[in-house]
Design a protein around this ligand. Structure first.
Ligand code: GSH
Length: 235
């Protein structure tokens, strides 16, 4: 059976990582039997989650590569019924989330002191108290450098809010009254879009991203719809 390696549910979310939730939803969509392990980063071949171990021992790290593996090895077409142009459009929305909202969200959860204290600081609880502050400060410093390197970390809050507003307005307008991104049925990109919208809207954190997302009732309804479909136990 396939094993999906996760962090485990946290902050009222199926997983604190949208990439883990994406892989989880892709596996649910695939209909293949799988189980979840909550061992965190231990054994992660690329130092990040998610990764899977397939029945034959093949290990695949990265949510997108997991999708490719499920498509190739298990013959799943997550976008069945979509034209090539529709597949391309769905892919672009997915990458908007991964390359944009991921960094905006990490910045608000990890670099804001109040959000960090109530959220990500929990990941460090097993470290002895004396060392904990030093390690947490080093990890946050490293993240600040990564967000700066990515580019978004160089902007003011007002500039970031404007960027986030444009992205969320675009998604909301495209989604319109459809239940899923490309129509009546979920496609591959819905695994990503759902994971990100759910995370952005999580009431656990106080973020500008959440306030901006809340301006769009259809994004909220979309996240709730996905929750009912894929995580009824959390509704
Ligand atoms: N491109 C990767 C991104 C995965 C990723 O960034 N995972 C984060 C959690 S959201 C992680 O494991 N970070 C641990 C670290 O950077 O130390 C994917 O699609 O799976």
């Amino acid at each position: 059976m396939i094993t999906l390696h996760t962090f485990g549910p946290k902050f009222g979310l199926p997983d604190p990582s949208p990439f883990v939730t994406k892989a989880d939803v892709l596996l649910k969509m695939s209909g293949l039997p799988y189980r979840k392990s909550e061992t965190g980063l231990k054994g992660a071949p690329k130092g990040k989650l998610p990764f899977i171990r397939d029945t034959d021992g093949t290990v695949i790290a990265d949510s997108t590569l997991i999708r490719f593996h499920l498509e190739r090895r298990h013959g799943i077409d997550f976008d069945s019924g979509l034209s090539q142009a529709e597949r391309g459009t769905a892919w672009a929305f997915e990458k908007l989330c991964e390359d944009h909202f991921y960094w905006l969200s990490m910045r608000e959860r990890w670099l804001d002191d109040a959000n960090f204290a109530k959220g990500p600081s929990q990941f460090f609880q097993t470290i002895p108290v004396g060392l904990r502050q030093v390690i947490m400060a080093a990890v946050r410093r490293d993240l600040r450098k990564r967000v700066w390197g990515q580019g978004l970390g160089r902007h003011t809050q007002a500039e970031l809010d404007e960027i986030a507003s444009r992205g969320l307005a675009g998604i909301s307008a495209f989604l319109a009254a459809k239940p899923f991104l490309m129509g009546e049925r979920p496609c591959g990109a819905d695994a990503t879009l759902f994971a990100f919208m759910l995370g952005l809207l999580a009431p656990y954190f106080e973020t500008n991203l959440r306030s901006i997302a809340l301006r769009h009732a259809n994004l909220q309804a979309y996240a709730e719809r996905g929750l009912r479909l894929w995580y009824p136990e959390l509704t």
